[in-house]
Design a protein around this ligand. Structure first.
Ligand code: FES
Length: 571
């Protein structure tokens, strides 16, 4: 084999090639440098990212596959983002992880990459990196955890945390029982087992074509994940040899298919910002409106939490992603390719549904039209999104008085105040949670309901925010309001008592305030100065350069691709 990129480092008789080879000769034989593909395993394993802590074992299986196919595997630890621990929010670091991975793939003698991720931001950051460096790349999604149970009923991690904690606040669950459930929630290795962001992005990376078809959604402890990792290692060597790159795979057709799949699986709203950011890295002309145009009329076929009943282990048992895609095959663009070189639709003929309760046939969907709805109006001039599948039917069209919180601290301080002027018809408005305003666009849009209303049995209200929502959350939540309050968006001008109309059928979100009155208002200082503006480091860079949610919240200077060329020798 010859012509590999890594030969720029290893081939030849000069001093530099000698140094490059010699420092790597710690067990590697001389023929490791004869031009065969060197495959980086971009490995997100970290003890501080518990959803990904098993990825070292997955990496070993990838290595075996790479060796077996004649390549040389190289473990490349990359920035790992654990959703539950990172402060202020893991999303603040997604672009940093993407940038670091991109640069390390480019700066090192790599011919292809196997991308190991799982927890929410990890697969998006890896795909953004792979798109920008445009080296042959393939993903092994780390897979969901097995189903935990508490008092004989399954626990959906994330979703049931919200549900149980609301029950505690509403007085229907004791603090002791809540504490006991904690030990039951996380049953095994793997990421969250609901159709949250991690599950969604693992599945969508396969729809985009970046995963061996049929592998995404395999539970983390399932031995078939390791077998798939082995086969992926073999495939990575083939990718390097034939030169199949992300730009060949991530096309308008594959993003269109991802939007169809996002609706059919009832996936996380976070996929919107992630897909927009990945597309932006390759110049694929994807817009917020495409999510509504392509996905809005797609039926919901998967009955998984947070909107439904089952969990990812059930989904895999029921036939998994390919079974869902077969049901909506007529909506897919058949030209979209996968890493194998074959179209995605070629993998759908033998993909039966084994449990029609979990994965519904097309003729009996859970909802007829379940995609992301994109709303516009004077409250969201550049758009906001809502997930009708997770919303309450009686709130899909609603008019109510705003109860305004200027930032997240204000919300926490006052939401349970018995004197808060709020009722079940009120619209909760939370400002200061966009990409710049927090900073990092945290998952707080599904704000808790006032305790006094919970005690009255209220379980959902219209909530509006410029932040994101956890993929494991549910409710009538309008999120990603753009422009955000801290960037001068009209959300920052809403005051208590203003009437707001939400009309999802007509895609409207409007503030019923006279334009002249709005022009007189200025944002509350607590919204725009709710955080201490960072003076240095990544946060400074982030706040200065982050784009708004409607284009994926990437940094302005990271949009696009630099390819795999390094201009200068290593010195
Ligand atoms: Fe890692 Fe949910 S916390 S996937």
């Amino acid at each position: 084999m010859s012509g590999q990129r890594s030969s720029q480092w290893y081939a030849g008789t000069d001093r530099n090639a000698y140094i490059h080879r010699a420092w790597m000769r710690r067990g590697l034989p001389q023929h490791a440098f004869d031009g065969r593909p060197h495959v980086a395993i971009a490995n997100n394993a970290s003890d501080l990212n518990p959803c990904n802590s098993h990825l070292n074992e997955v990496a070993e299986s990838v290595k075996q596959g790479v060796y077996e196919a004649g390549g040389i595997p190289m473990n490349l630890p990359v920035v790992s983002l654990g959703e539950t621990l990172l402060r202020p929010t893991a999303m603040l670091w997604r672009n940093m992880a993407a940038m670091a991975t991109e640069e390390m793939l480019r700066a090192n003698p790599t011919d292809a990459a196997v991308l190991l991720g799982g927890c929410d931001k990890t697969i998006p950051s890896l795909l953004m990196a792979a798109a920008s460096v445009n080296l042959p790349a393939v993903v092994v999604p780390g897979g969901p955890m097995l189903t935990g149970t508490f008092r004989g009923v399954p626990l959906g991690c994330g979703t049931d945390v919200w549900r149980l904690s609301e029950e505690v606040r509403g007085g229907t669950l004791s603090q002791e029982a809540f504490a006991r459930s904690e030990a039951s929630m996380i049953r095994s290795r793997g990421h969250c087992n609901t159709m949250g962001t991690a599950s969604t992005m693992g599945l969508l990376s396969e729809v985009l074509g970046a995963v061996l078809p049929g592998l995404a959604g395999t539970p983390a402890p399932d031995s078939r994940l390791l077998e798939g990792a082995h086969r992926t290692g073999r495939l990575a060597v083939e990718l390097a040899t034939v030169g199949r790159r992300p730009s060949d795979i991530f096309t308008s057709a594959s993003f269109s298919n991802a939007i169809v799949a996002l609706a059919a699986i009832g996936g996380s709203t976070n996929a919107v910002v992630h897909l927009l950011a990945i597309a932006g890295r390759l110049g694929v002309p994807l817009t917020l409106d495409d999510f509504d145009r392509i996905g809005a009329s797609v039926p919901l076929l998967v009955d998984l939490q947070p909107a439904g009943a089952y969990l990812m282990e059930d989904f895999h048992r029921a036939g998994g992603l390919l079974a869902v895609l077969r049901e909506v095959k007529d909506l897919l663009d058949p030209s979209a390719l996968t890493v194998t070189g074959l179209p995605l639709v070629d993998y759908l003929d033998d993909a039966p549904i084994w449990d029609p309760e979990v994965i519904r046939p097309r003729r009996t969907p859970l909802q007829e039209a379940a995609g992301i709805a994109v709303l516009y109006g004077n409250l969201a001039p550049r758009g906001a999104i809502v997930k009708p599948a997770a919303a309450s039917t009686h709130l899909l069209e609603h008019r109510g008085r705003a109860v305004v919180f200027d930032n997240i601290e204000d919300l926490h301080a006052r939401i349970d105040d018995p004197d808060l002027d709020v009722d079940a018809d009120s619209v909760l408005v939370l400002k200061g949670c966009g990409p710049k305003g927090y900073p990092g666009m945290p998952e707080v849009s599904n704000m808790p309901l006032p305790k006094k209303l919970l005690e009255q049995g209220v379980r959902d209200m219209v909530r509006i925010c410029d932040g994101r929502m956890s993929g494991t959350a549910y409710g009538t939540v309008v999120l990603h309001v753009t422009p955000e309050a801290a960037a001068g968006g009209p959300l920052g001008l809403v005051e208590n008592g203003d009437y707001i109309t939400l009309d999802i059928a007509n895609r409207r979100l409007d503030l019923e305030v006279d334009p002249a009155e709005l022009a007189r208002r200025t944002p509350n200082a607590a919204t725009v100065a709710g955080f201490a503006k960072p003076t240095r480091g990544w946060e400074r860079l982030y706040v200065d350069h982050v784009l708004q949610a409607d284009t994926g919240a990437d940094l302005d200077f990271l949009v696009g691709s630099s390819g795999d060329t390094v201009s200068r020798e290593s010195h």
